[in-house]
Design a binder for this molecule. Structure first.
Ligand SMILES: NC(=O)N[C@@H](O)C(=O)O
Ligand code: NI
Length: 164
């Protein structure tokens, strides 16, 4: 039983700003295209592609749900690129991120996105892996491909318990 508890907060643009961007149409710059038949919500997040011969990847992650309370044992980061997740259906899920201090994750946060929200996790930002809740869910993922190692993991000596 972990003695370190982590509350879940609602995801907001402001709270997530140190970790990347919230992908949402709320407040986004948008304009009509295709003779007015389509509205473009433009340039919602900053895709970062670093390292050697980088290229953007578009994938679908079919995530299995995690139970709450959840014992978080590991966070990871991608030193060579950002990673965006957008749910393809109305899904309960968590976004777990942390600040970095001397190469270690600190001040961990757990956010619960609202319907219509996704995230773009900035390059080299500590985060938990994709964490659906309640039922399996598909997410569109945009991240970085190319040469080099783009994954660093940190295993906590004591897990953090994320409570509902
Ligand atoms: N490893 C991988 O592709 N997925 C993780 O990066 C994740 O953030 O879920
Ligand atoms: Ni990741």
């Amino acid at each position: 039983m972990s003695d370190r508890l982590l509350p879940i907060k609602p995801l907001s643009v402001e709270a997530f700003a140190p970790f990347g961007q919230v992908i949402t149409t709320d407040g986004a710059h948008h304009y009509p295209i295709n003779a007015g038949m389509t509205e473009r919500y433009h340039d919602l997040a900053r895709v970062e592609l670093g390292g050697v011969h980088p290229r953007p990847l578009i994938s679908i992650f079919r995530g299995q749900p995690y139970p709450l309370p959840l014992d978080l044992r590991m966070v990871e980061r991608h030193p060579l690129g950002s990673q965006a997740f957008y749910p393809l259906a109305d899904t309960e899920w968590l976004v777990i991120v942390a600040e970095d201090k001397a190469g270690l994750p600190v001040r961990i946060r757990a956010f619960r996105p609202a319907r219509g929200q996704g995230v773009n996790i900035a390059m080299n930002t500590w985060h938990g892996v994709l964490t659906p809740l309640g039922s399996p869910a598909d997410f569109l993922v945009v991240d970085r491909g190319g040469e080099g190692n783009n994954l660093e993991e940190h295993v906590f000596d004591r897990p953090w318990r994320i409570v509902g």
